[in-house]
Design a protein around this ligand. Structure first.
Ligand code: FES
Length: 123
């Protein structure tokens, strides 16, 4: 059975190999997948930026200004925004969508932690 085709989860790392603050790149599901642990929550996404192939695993994780109705500055999404280290495109870690244009996105994967293993599957 080919997990890439079935949507099945595949084990990629032991849980202790990706502690909070950790970053890793693995080959799984016929792709190069970056994993980051943000305060205990693990996100998985394609390692190459859709703009020009920058290494997203090295991107800064932060928040970003939220869209607002009026001329005010509201910071939000803390720990949910990934900034590409090459030219600064920003992506929502949950959906993979670019903040500046939701039609642009990086592939994201579902993450499960089971029996001490981190598993990923296609969405
Ligand atoms: S390669 Fe990521 S913003 Fe350009």
């Amino acid at each position: 059975v080919n997990p890439a085709a079935t949507g099945e989860s595949v084990r990629v790392l032991r849980e202790h190999e990706l502690p909070p603050g950790g970053r890793r790149v693995v080959h799984a599901l016929e792709s190069t997948v970056a994993l980051v642990n943000v305060g205990g929550r693990i996100f998985a996404f394609a390692e190459r930026c859709p703009h020009a192939g920058g290494p997203l695993v090295h991107g800064r994780v932060s928040g970003a200004p939220l869209p607002t109705e009026r001329e005010e500055y509201v910071w939000g999404r803390e720990g949910r925004v990934l900034t590409c280290p090459w030219h600064g495109w920003q992506f929502d870690l949950e959906s993979g969508r670019a903040l500046f244009d939701s039609r642009v996105a990086v592939a994201t994967y579902q993450v499960h932690v089971r029996d001490g293993w981190i598993e990923v599957s296609r969405r």
